[in-house]
Design a protein around this ligand. Structure first.
Ligand code: SF4
Length: 503
C-alpha cells in the first residue's frame, strides 16, 4: 500500500509483482515482464504526482482472511483497508503466488465485501477493470486496485438528459452482437480473454486470439461476423463468466452520449428493438447504470454549435432549436411529412431571420419542383440505394415515382428513429442542425422506399438499417463525404429539405 501510494515507490511496487501480473503499461495494462523497473517507476512517479489530491490514499491494511488455492503456491488474501481521503473502509483482495525468491503479487482488487473468489476469479475480476486504467478521471489509475476503486466508489458529477420517452431494458435480442458493424477493443482485452476459464465456459474457444488491426486495436467482430462470444441462446459468454460486461462498446450499447454544457445527453440506438419500441425503464431512472456505461464511452463533443453551415450559435439557442424540432417531430396530429416540413421551415426562418409562422406552415402546399430538380434528388437517393450494404441491395434501384404521395405506415417508429438521430447529435455536432435535419428527411424518404419495397410492415433488418444510417452515423460517409461538392453544399440549406419532401 505504501509503495502504491508513494510516487517514489515505483521500484518497490514493481519488485513486489510476479512477471505475469497485470500492471500499468503505457495507456493500459500489460504483464510486468513487458516493462522494466525503471520505466515502471518513472510512469508511477509521473501518475502519482499528477493525480495528487485525486488518487486514493490506502492505509491501515489488516488481514481478515487467507484462502489457499488448489495450486498450493497460490493464495487469496483479504484485507480491510481505509481510503484516508474519504475515510472509507473497504476490502481489498490480493492474489499471491509463491516464487523461488518469495511471494509475489499477481493481482489486487477492491471490493465491498469478502467474496468467495478463487485465485482465478480474482484475477478475472481485477482484469475486468482494465477500461478504468485508460480513463483520466478522477485521476489516472496507478494500478488495477485504483481502477477497481474508481469503478466502485467514484461517481462523476454528471447530469443526464434524455428524450422524455426514451426507455430501454435488455430483452436479450443480441442485435448488438449480430449487427453489421465493427467492434474494436484495446489490446489489453486479450489478457482478459486469455484469463477466462474456457475449458469450462466454452472449450471450443480456448486459445482465442482476436485479430490485431493495423492501428493496434483488437477486432472483436467485423461487420460480417456474429460475435464469437455469443451463444446460440443469445447469451454473452464474457458477461456470463464475469457477471458484468467489461468491453466498452458492448457495455455502452444501445446508449450514446454527447457532452453538452449542461451535462450528458443520452440517445438510444434503434438497432435495439427494445429501445426502438420504447420498452423498459425510462432513461431518467437508470442513472447508476448510465454512469457505469458512460465510463466506457467517448461522448460526442463539440466546441462550436451551428444552426447551419458557417452559422455559429450559443449552446442555449442550439438546445432550444433541437428541442423545438424534436417536439415538432412528435406532433402526432400531423402526418410525419408535414412535421418534417414545419421543422425545415423553422430552420429556414431562424437562419434568414424571417417570421416564424407555424400555423401557415402546417397547411401551405409543398414547393413545386422543376423536373430536373426532382431528377437530381431521385438521383441522390438512387446513389444511396446503390451503396454496398446488404439491406440496401435488396431494394429496387429505382426511386418510386409516387414517393411524394407516400406516408410512413408506422409513423411512431420512424419518428422515434428520427428524434433519436437528432438528439444523439451524431450529425449536428460535427456539422450543423440544418444539415442534420436534412439527413432526417433523407432517412424518412429511405424508410418510405423500404416500405414501398416491403409491401407490408418493415422487417426487423430494415429497421436496423435505418438505425445504422441514422444514430450510428453511416449517412455522413454515404451522403456528405460521397457527394459532389456542389450537391453537398445544398445539404446545409433548409430549402433542400423542403424540396426533398416534395420530390
Ligand atoms: S462480447 Fe458479448 S455483448 Fe459484446 S458483442 Fe460479443 S456477445 Fe455481444
Amino acid at each position: 500500500m505504501r509503495a502504491l501510494c508513494d510516487p517514489s515507490g515505483g521500484e518497490a511496487l514493481y519488485r513486489l509483482h510476479s512477471p505475469d501480473a497485470p500492471v500499468r503499461l503505457g495507456e493500459g495494462i500489460g504483464p510486468a515482464r513487458a516493462t522494466d523497473e525503471g520505466h515502471f517507476a518513472a510512469a508511477h512517479r509521473d501518475i502519482g504526482r499528477r493525480g495528487e489530491g485525486a488518487l486514493p490514499v490506502f492505509v491501515e491494511p489488516s488481514l481478515v482472511q487467507l484462502m489457499h488455492s488448489e495450486d498450493p503456491r497460490e493464495a487469496v488474501a483479504w484485507f480491510e483497508i481505509t481510503e484516508a481521503r474519504e475515510s472509507r473502509r473497504l476490502l481489498a483482495a490480493l492474489g499471491v503466488r509463491c516464487a523461488a525468491d518469495g511471494p509475489r503479487i499477481v493481482w489486487c482488487s477492491a471490493a465491498e465485501s469478502i467474496l468467495p473468489w478463487s485465485f482465478r476469479d480474482g484475477l478475472l475480476q481485477s482484469l475486468a477493470d482494465y477500461p478504468w486504467m485508460r480513463r483520466g478521471e478522477p485521476a489516472t489509475a496507478r494500478a488495477l486496485l485504483d481502477a477497481g476503486y474508481f469503478r466502485r466508489f467514484w461517481r462523476p458529477p454528471v447530469t443526464f438528459a434524455a428524450l422524455a420517452d426514451a426507455r430501454f431494458s435488455c430483452q436479450m435480442s443480441a442485435a448488438c452482437c449480430r449487427h453489421d458493424y465493427e467492434i474494436t477493443l484495446p489490446a489489453e482485452a486479450q489478457m482478459l480473454i486469455d484469463a477466462l476459464p474456457w475449458q469450462t465456459v466454452a472449450p471450443q474457444l480456448k486459445g482465442t486470439r482476436l485479430p490485431v488491426r493495423t492501428d493496434g486495436k483488437l477486432q472483436l467482430k467485423s461487420p460480417e461476423e456474429v460475435c464469437r462470444f455469443l451463444t446460440p441462446g443469445n447469451q454473452c459468454l464474457i458477461h456470463r463468466a464475469l457477471g458484468r460486461q467489461p468491453f466498452g462498446a458492448c457495455c455502452v450499447f444501445p446508449f450514446s452520449f454527447a457532452r453538452t454544457p449542461e451535462g450528458i445527453a443520452v440517445g438510444l440506438s434503434p438497432i435495439c428493438g427494445s429501445a426502438r419500441l420504447g420498452l423498459g425503464l425510462p432513461a431518467q431512472e437508470r442513472t447508476e447504470d448510465l454512469r457505469e456505461r458512460l465510463a466506457h464511452a467517448e461522448p460526442r463533443t463539440t466546441d462550436i454549435y451551428r444552426l447551419a453551415p458557417g452559422v455559429a450559435i450559443a449552446w442555449g439557442p442550439f438546445r432550444d432549436v433541437e428541442k423545438g424540432l424534436c417536439d415538432c417531430l412528435a406532433a402526432e396530429e400531423l402526418p410525419l411529412r408535414r412535421r418534417l416540413y414545419v421543422g425545415a421551415r423553422l430552420l429556414g426562418a431562424l437562419t434568414d431571420g424571417s417570421a416564424v409562422d407555424v400555423p401557415a406552415w402546417r397547411s401551405e402546399p409543398l414547393p413545386a419542383l422543376k423536373p430536373e430538380l426532382r431528377a437530381a434528388i431521385h438521383g441522390m437517393l438512387a446513389r444511396l440505394l446503390g451503396w454496398n450494404r446488404a439491406v440496401l441491395r435488396e431494394l429496387p434501384r429505382e426511386v418510386p415515382d409516387r414517393l411524394p404521395t407516400l406516408e410512413a405506415a408506422d409513423a411512431q417508429l420512424v419518428t422515434n428513429i428520427l428524434r433519436n438521430t437528432l438528439y444523439c447529435k451524431v450529425y449536428s455536432f460535427p456539422l450543423d442542425l440544418t444539415t442534420a435535419y436534412n439527413y432526417l428527411i433523407v432517412l424518412y424518404l429511405l424508410a418510405l422506399i423500404m416500405q414501398s419495397a416491403a409491401a407490408g410492415p418493415l422487417p426487423e433488418r430494415m429497421w436496423r438499417e435505418l438505425g445504422s444510417l441514422g444514430v450510428h452515423g453511416l449517412l455522413k460517409s454515404m451522403l456528405h463525404e460521397g457527394m459532389p461538392e456542389n450537391f453537398r453544399a445544398l445539404l446545409g440549406r433548409s430549402e433542400f429539405g423542403l424540396w426533398m419532401l416534395a420530390a
